[in-house]
Design a protein around this ligand. Structure first.
Ligand SMILES: [Zn+2]
Length: 301
């Protein structure tokens, strides 16, 4: 759930004024209403830099918690290419955000997702050491390399290296379904769980809303109907539910974001289709799922 100023700085622009950032106040009411209508509970991955100096954002995070959704750790500063940073930087990013969420909202995070899915064995080890029940940063998609090239040359040509590194290329061969990382032990001796972003069984294409938004509706409906997975980790972003014109986002850099200019009506229509198709399968919070996996010792398939 990245604010617009976080997205802008992540892609190398410092032009977006954080004080004018209204992402949470625009997107959260729409998301809460959507989840209420479909009886879905979701996990919101948040960053300290988005809320520590923004009372309106704190107000909406309180609402998210009050509605029974899960809050999880998305690192404090949302740095690009976290997996290539030193262990000291990563440890600080995770621990500082963990503490900020505890201090501001009295929530102890059980889960983590790296900015841009930038994950590594070292980051997973640090999470286990800090007692995290699960990580949800592995995105086992066959198009990760193509996506990096697209980001580099099409969407943000001036930034050179794509900030969205999605971890080592071979991660796309990781299991598609949640599994226990048996070599990574929590302080109590249990293994940590991985809840990967869902991909299709054939071709390992991304199965998440930001990608679905780019597809024609008939193709999107076919993908929804064809997905075969015991557990679906369906990713949405706050920007997926903005209306660039009506919400008067009015920022040239944000205007380059891939799906930002699709009118809200068509985004909401697709979201309603996705939620009604998946709601029977996505109402278990990541925290509860990982806790259940640790109890039953569920293994990778
Ligand atoms: Zn993010």
């Amino acid at each position: 759930m990245d604010s617009l100023s976080t997205i802008a700085s992540y892609y190398g622009s410092e032009d977006f004024d954080p004080a004018k950032d209204r992402l949470y106040e625009i997107a959260v009411p729409r998301l809460l209403d959507l989840f209420d209508r479909h009886h879905v509970r979701a996990t919101f991955f948040i960053s300290g830099k988005d809320f520590i100096n923004n009372e309106r954002t704190c107000f909406w995070i309180d609402k998210i918690i009050h509605k029974g959704h899960e809050i999880a750790n998305h690192s404090f500063s949302h740095l690009a290419r976290l997996s290539s940073r030193s262990n000291a930087v990563v440890e600080e990013e995770i621990a500082k955000n963990h503490q900020a969420i505890k201090d501001f909202f009295d929530v102890t995070c059980a889960g983590y997702r790296s900015p841009g899915y930038s994950i590594s064995d070292d980051i997973l080890r640090l999470l286990a050491k800090q007692g995290y029940l699960y990580d949800s940063s592995i995105f086992p998609t066959s198009i990760s390399v193509l996506y990096k090239i697209y980001r580099k040359f099409t969407a943000y040509p001036k930034q050179g290296v794509s900030p969205t590194d999605m971890g080592p290329p071979l991660l796309f061969l990781s299991p598609r379904e949640p599994y226990l990382l048996r070599n990574l032990k929590l302080p109590d001796g249990r293994p940590m769980a991985e809840i990967p972003v869902t991909t299709t069984r054939i071709g390992r294409l991304p199965f998440y809303f930001s990608f679905h938004l780019c597809l024609p509706e008939p193709v999107f409906r076919v993908m929804l109907g064809a997905i075969r997975a015991d557990c679906i980790n369906y990713v949405l972003h706050g920007t997926d539910i903005l209306d660039f014109t009506k919400d008067r986002i009015n920022d040239r850099f944000i205007a380059r974001h891939t799906t930002i200019k699709i009118p809200l009506e068509s985004k909401m229509k697709k979201l309603d289709i996705a939620m009604s198709s998946l709601s029977g399968r996505v109402n278990i919070l990541s925290r509860d799922l990982s806790g259940e996996m640790l109890k039953t010792g569920i293994a990778a398939k």
